[in-house]
Design a protein around this ligand. Structure first.
Ligand code: NAI
Length: 384
């Protein structure tokens, strides 16, 4: 089986998320890392790309990469966009229109209108536009989704999502330029913490329940005075299958590290998964004892079996969750090349439509917060 070719924009030396993508894409031997425009500084990007083995396919800018790759017979099969948020739209649009499949980092765009344009371009060109809600790649998140879908907890009544950390809690550090821009509307847009972390939790709530968010009411606050945008939000929401949702996201929760947690409560059982203990899923069937489901144990769903690599009891973590998004995409790209239907257990990567729904939710949270929690439609106009 020939390997697919993979390229990256952003993710340069010292970046936060670049290494997780390189580990994830390379893990199963499905993609070869062959091209990249890795840094906003052309020389630094070329130099780092060459050190990573890209040779003359280490480009100084994404425009150079697009132009050169489009002319090659062996052009990259998939491009990951891992640059800062404000550049996602322009780069993703250009590569989709240039004939490439794209995996874009979240948030996919800065506005709902841009998000809609990306969805339409992906539909028109037929190219894949995936969005990296990478934590949905965890094996037990996929299993949780399968359990809900097959009715193990009955009709879902409640979903409670959290993504709370404490890494921006130090008021004396709030003016540090590396922190400050995140809470500055000119650079971050209409929302800070919700757009950065809250959308992971909200997307996971939809992914696991199979329901989409219809409306929401938000209480947004800046606990640190100098901030214009929120560093904490509590969002109530309602989903189209009748589930009631609660979401808390914070960047001032001292002691919390990467607190992404999802609880789903149905008529006949409850489920709880937490990213900091990703290899255990808590399952409480009505009137029975708590069960702890381990990643890698026998008799899990095909979606969970497909996304587990090391045997039960050994740690499996975040780059492997990202790797599962890449294995889904490899299967999607291969199925297209071979003119066959893709494995349904792999057809779970988050889509441009999910990126668009997140943008609509971001704007609804920002507006609702300004209007004392007024309930607002959280759906993008094209899905109303
Ligand atoms: P970062 O600031 O650490 O790194 C950004 C990289 O992009 C740098 O190497 C920079 O030189 C490069 N870059 C900037 N403009 C560029 C351009 N025009 N062309 C080529 N390269 C360019 O940022 P970080 O934290 O790695 O975040 C990048 C994106 O990933 C953001 O959109 C962020 O929201 C997202 N992210 C997603 C996570 C997830 O779990 N899915 C986790 C962390 C970040």
């Amino acid at each position: 089986m020939t390997k697919l070719q993979w390229g990256m924009i952003g993710g340069g030396e010292g970046s936060q998320i670049g290494p997780a993508h390189r580990l994830g894409a390379g893990l199963d031997g499905l993609f070869d890392f062959t091209a990249g425009a890795l840094d906003h500084r052309p020389d630094a990007g070329r130099d780092y790309g060459q050190r990573l083995g890209l040779g003359d396919r280490a480009y100084g800018s994404w425009q150079d990469m697009l132009q050169a790759e489009a002319k090659r017979a062996d052009k990259v099969d998939l491009v990951t966009v891992a640059t800062p948020n404000a550049t996602h739209f322009e780069i993703t649009k250009a590569f989709l229109e240039g004939g490439f499949h794209v995996l874009c980092e979240k948030p996919m765009t800065m506005t709902v209108e841009e998000g809609q344009e990306i969805v339409e371009i992906a539909q028109k060109t037929g190219n894949i536009c995936a969005v990296n809600y990478g934590y949905t790649g965890y094996s037990l998140v996929r299993h949780m989704r399968a359990m809900v879908a097959r009715g193990d907890i009955g009709k879902v009544r409640l979903v409670v999502a959290e993504f709370a950390h404490g890494h921006h809690a130090d008021a004396t550090d709030a003016d540090n330029p590396r922190v400050r821009w995140r809470y500055d509307p000119a650079q971050a847009g209409v929302s800070a913490q919700f757009a950065d972390c809250g959308i992971h939790a909200l997307h996971m709530a939809s992914f696991v329940t199979g329901q989409e968010v219809e409306k929401l009411s938000a209480d947004t606050v800046s606990c640190i005075d100098v901030r214009t945008l929120e560093d904490d939000a509590m969002v109530n929401f309602r989903m189209d299958g009748g589930a009631v949702g609660r979401l808390w996201t914070s960047s001032v929760a001292i002691g919390r590290q990467h607190g992404l947690t999802l609880q789903v409560f149905g008529e006949t059982g409850g489920l709880r998964w937490s990213q900091e203990q990703p290899n255990q899923l808590h399952y409480m069937p009505l009137n029975e004892r708590l069960q702890i489901i381990e990643r890698g144990e026998a008799n899990l769903s095909p979606e969970a079996d497909r996304t587990t690599r090391v045997t039960i009891g050994h740690a499996e973590g975040m780059p492997l969750a990202f790797a599962n998004i890449y294995t889904d995409l490899a299967e999607a790209i291969r199925a297209r090349k071979e003119g066959r239907l893709m494995d349904p257990a792999a057809n779970l990567y988050p889509r441009a439509e999910d990126g668009l729904r997140s943008m609509a939710a971001v704007f609804a949270v920002a507006d609702s917060g300004k209007q004392d929690g007024k309930w607002l439609d959280a759906r993008p106009p094209m899905f109303r």
